[in-house]
Design a protein around this ligand. Structure first.
Ligand SMILES: Nc1ncnc2c1ncn2[C@@H]1O[C@H](COP(=O)(O)OP(=O)(O)OP(=O)(O)O)[C@@H](O)[C@H]1O
Ligand SMILES: [Mg+2]
Length: 661
């Protein structure tokens, strides 16, 4: 099946749409990335600050322990008690301090580091703590506090419950780095130590105390409260904090699926590598327990600057992602609305382009159908308007060309008609001339033969008539013979004149003078008494070379014929003129006589053609006139309307110089 080609409008809209969609998709995806990046960057910056705040909470706790231990160590009673070895009193007062300040451990050693009083577990004493780095430093540098890994043995000394508090079995964490063991027996403690001195500055012993961080949620919850104000997002804590012992979560407010604190799980391998192995901070998104967080991790170091754990804060990524999605959805919806709006505008703007084109198409169809007067009505000043103008100009030219063509066709037809008529006339003329010529030859032969015998008859009959007495019975007959013979002689002479006309004697003549002379001869005759003669001679006629006597003979002949046709009553009009190109002089004789029948018209110039009564006309008048005019290289034309009149026009060429053979 052949698909219908797309319309111009569809093509235009499609091409715009493709550009818009490609551009839109590109800018949308760029926008997505940009917005996401910006929002996540902001979040990461915030989490970095949050981590700093968490450190403040962490260090504040450390400082707090330090101060408790330091102030307690400085008590006068303590020194006195050590000196006097009043253990009971000492134990009592130190135990009260431990309980009052919520310390897990508060222990006193002598100046050799040997435990004198262990407030948490008074039974176990006498062990040596002199190798403990914090205690060593306290002796040398004064009071100090640090996080520290405390072994299970040490914890056990403080009590089974504390060792149990520290003990943790690993919970399977898919992304964590593998570890050979599957439990943690040691603990992470915030520990402070301060030396006890007498008034002379002698070291009497060391007091140390601390808090076990394992399963102690005070710090992480305080971070959550102070930094995140306990904000929640869809039922979950927005911000979380964790303390790791190495990679193990020992104190956290990240919640697992069961809704419990996710202690016992471990940090991901990536963070492990970056923070624990390389000692770098880690700020990025990370999958924590069961959700994505924007996180910040930093190593926790002990007194020897050894990395022993991690402090972590993290914000749920979801609110940021949701914000990004919301922003982008709004953005996308706006982009979509813009596309729809653009499409509507496109639809109308293409209409503005296509409507004129459709008009043009209709116009071309109309013109193809032959309606050249069809015009494209358009008033826009743009290229399409120009096109319409040129189109209208083209059709206008086409129309005028077509009109000219039709006119030219008509004139051609007319010319062909005229030419055909001329040719037919010429042919008739030619036939007539040939006919007249052969008739002339025949007539000349006969006339020649008859002329001499007739001459003899006329002479002898004359002689006989002279010799006969008037009373003789033969006299009248002889008279008739003489009369008829004279008539015969006249006819024969006319015939000879027609057949062998005399060579014209050429001279420069004035045509109107010859007409006047001919008229003067005729006018006096009775036949002309009741005939009105009208004259109209052109004044600018040139003189021409002609035989004036012969022309006079022709004119007399024609004037006489006209008078006879009018039966001596009517109007005879004489006109002379020069034709348009000045090559011919035309003399026209019009009468109001009986006219010529159509069948007679062809025979007018034949010798002996006459409609007059026998004996009245010889029928040679026009035949002789014709041969004379022919000798002058001219023509005689006849127009006639039966019962209304006839017109004979003699046309003579304007020859101004006499030709000599
Ligand atoms: N003006 C005219 N009106 C009507 N018919 C004419 C006119 N002139 C000539 N004819 C016709 O043409 C014929 C021939 O004319 P043509 O002059 O040759 O001979 P004719 O006049 O009859 O005789 P002739 O001239 O010898 O006296 C005429 O008989 C007449 O019928
Ligand atoms: Mg005549």
């Amino acid at each position: 099946m052949k698909l219908r080609p797309l319309s111009l409008r569809t093509k235009l809209i499609l091409s715009f749409l493709i550009v818009i969609i490609i551009g839109g998709l590109l800018s949308l995806s760029l926008g997505w990335r940009l917005v996401k990046r910006t929002i996540i960057d902001q979040a990461q910056l915030k989490v970095k600050h949050d981590l700093a705040a968490a450190w403040m909470v962490f260090n504040k706790k450390l400082k707090e322990i330090n101060e408790i231990v330091d102030l307690t160590a400085a008590r006068e009673g303590l020194q006195e008690a050590i000196k006097s070895r009043k253990k009971d009193i000492l134990l009592k007062s130190l135990s009260r301090v431990r309980e009052n300040y919520g310390l897990d451990v508060l222990t006193l050693t002598d100046h050799n580091g040997k435990v004198i009083i262990r407030t948490r577990n008074p039974e176990v004493i006498g062990d040596d703590q002199s190798q403990d780095e914090i205690i060593k430093s306290a002796l040398k540098k004064g009071p100090l506090a640090h996080p520290q890994i405390v072994s299970r043995d040490e914890l056990l000394k403080e009590g089974q419950d504390l060792a149990d508090q520290a003990y943790m079995e690993f919970i399977d964490t898919p992304k964590a780095a593998p570890r050979p063991d599957n439990e943690e027996t040691n603990g992470l403690m915030l520990k402070a130590a301060s030396s006890v001195q007498d008034e002379y500055g002698n070291h009497l012993g060391v007091l140390y105390g601390g808090i076990l961080l394992n399963r102690n949620y005070e710090i992480v919850d305080r971070v959550k409260e102070t930094v995140y104000k306990g904000e929640k997002y869809k039922g979950r804590d927005k911000g979380t904090a964790t303390i790791f012992q190495h990679d193990l979560r020992i104190s956290t407010n990240v919640i697992n699926e069961k809704g419990e604190r996710a202690i016992g799980t471990r940090v991901s391998k990536e963070v492990n590598n970056a923070v624990l192995k390389e000692g770098k901070p880690w700020i990025d998104r990370a999958f924590v327990v069961n959700d994505w967080y924007i996180t910040a991790y930093e190593p926790i170091k002990d007194i020897d600057n050894k990395i022993i754990g991690i402090l972590y804060v993290g914000m749920l990524e979801r609110p940021y992602i949701d914000t990004t999605t919301q922003v982008m959805l709004t953005f996308t919806a706006m982009a979509f609305l813009c596309v729809v709006f653009l499409l509507v505008i496109l639809y109308f703007s293409t209409t503005r382009i296509i409507n004129p084109l459709q008009k043009m198409v209709i116009a071309t169809q109309e013109i193809a159908r032959g309606d050249l007067s069809h015009k494209v009505e358009m008033k826009s000043g743009d290229e399409i308007g120009d096109l319409a103008d040129s189109f209208n100009q083209m059709t206008a030219k086409l129309k005028s060309a077509n009109k000219k063509l039709v006119e030219w066709g008509k004139t051609l037809e007319k010319k062909v008609e005229e030419r055909t008529k001329e040719l037919t006339e010429m042919q008739t003329h030619l036939v007539q001339s040939e006919k007249l010529a052969s008739l002339g030859k025949l007539a000349a032969g006969i006339a020649h033969e008859i002329n001499n015998p007739l001459g003899g008859i006329l002479i002898y009959s004359h002689l006989l008539l002279e010799d006969t007495d008037k009373d003789s019975p033969y006299y009248e007959n002889l008279k008739k013979i003489v009369k008829e013979t004279s008539r015969c002689k006249l006819i024969v002479r006319g015939l000879l004149e027609f057949a062998r006309p005399k060579e014209p004697e050429m001279s420069l003549v004035i045509i109107s003078e010859i007409i006047e002379r001919s008229l003067a001869i005729m006018e006096r005759q009775a036949l002309f008494q009741n005939i009105t003669i009208k004259k109209s001679y052109a004044s600018d006629l040139p003189q021409i070379v002609a035989d004036s006597a012969q022309l006079q003979q022709v004119f007399i002949n024609i004037i006489l014929n006209a008078a006879e046709a009018m039966d001596g009553n009517g109007v005879l009009t004489l006109e002379s003129s020069l034709n348009a190109d000045g090559s011919l002089i035309e003399v026209k004789f019009s009468d109001t006589g009986h006219g010529i029948k159509k069948e007679d018209k062809k025979r007018l110039f034949e010798p002996f053609f006459s409609t007059k009564e026998v004996g009245k006309g010889t029928g040679l008048g026009l035949a002789i006139s014709y041969s004379i005019i022919q000798k002058h290289q001219g023509t005689i034309e006849v127009e006639s309307q039966p019962e209304k009149g006839s017109a004979f026009t003699v046309k003579l060429p304007v020859v101004k110089e006499i030709e000599h053979d």
